[in-house]
Design a binder for this molecule. Structure first.
Ligand code: SF4
Ligand code: SF4
Length: 74
């Protein structure tokens, strides 16, 4: 199995307001809003589909997204 290293968004749930700006900004549409305990949070539902472009992190008005290096099994 091959592995791929790239940067993936890490969402800080204590800062995320569920506004959805990152979801709208993501070119391959791999972010979605999920409901957890009556609150909405951004969630990366397709790690392999994420290009690591960081547009979501730049767009977030609440600085809830940081990019972190991750190793994926592909
Ligand atoms: S833009 Fe930021 S605050 Fe808004 S849903 Fe995305 S991570 Fe949460
Ligand atoms: S880094 Fe780019 S591709 Fe990945 S979730 Fe954020 S906007 Fe989408």
């Amino acid at each position: 199995m091959a592995s791929e290293r790239k940067a993936l968004p890490v969402i800080d749930k204590t800062r995320c307001t569920g506004c959805g700006w990152c979801v709208a900004a993501c070119p391959p549409h791999v972010l979605s809003l999920e409901v957890e305990k009556w609150k909405k949070f951004s969630h990366l539902h397709d790690e392999a589909g994420c290009t690591g472009c960081a547009r979501c992190a730049v767009k977030c008005p609440f600085e809830a997204i940081t990019m972190a290096r991750a190793t994926l099994q592909v």
